[in-house]
Write a protein that binds this ligand. Structure first.
Ligand SMILES: [Zn+2]
Ligand SMILES: [Zn+2]
Length: 130
């Protein structure tokens, strides 16, 4: 699981620090919400994702691309490190928050981290994307 005290949490069940999803549900959209939606043309790969969980590789590509070229965005993502990232994904399901937490850890956390393994495990077992 993610770093103690940080990483994605299901906001239906747990307290969280920052909402990381899209607009709606009474929340303002987070700048790091997943822009890739099932059943619509993907802005990253131009294909249409059908399977839940299949958007996450494109989400990672998108997130890392922005982090690479936007210093303020990179800093903001780094600021998520150690925070509880609230999303609607049920516990134990693949969530873009895992990738967000991983990238935040790379920016602001200790150099060694096991989050990547968690992400890969989630992707392998995944059924649902944000
Ligand atoms: Zn895609
Ligand atoms: Zn999620």
């Amino acid at each position: 699981m993610p770093t103690e005290g940080g990483g994605p949490v299901c906001l239906r069940h747990e307290a969280f620090d920052v909402y990381i999803g899209r607009e709606g549900h009474g929340f303002d959209p987070a700048p790091w919400g997943n822009p890739v939606r099932l059943g619509r043309t993907c802005p990253v790969c131009t294909h249409t994702h059908r399977e839940r969980g299949s958007t996450l590789s494109c989400y990672e590509h998108w997130l890392r691309g922005r982090v690479a070229v936007e210093p303020a965005f990179r800093e903001a993502v780094g600021g998520l490190y150690g925070l509880r990232l609230g999303c609607f994904c049920p516990p134990g399901r693949p969530c873009h928050g895992l990738i967000l937490a991983e990238v935040a850890a790379e920016i602001a956390g200790p150099s060694e981290d096991h989050l990547l393994e968690d992400v890969l495990t989630f992707l392998r077992d995944g059924q649902r994307a944000c």
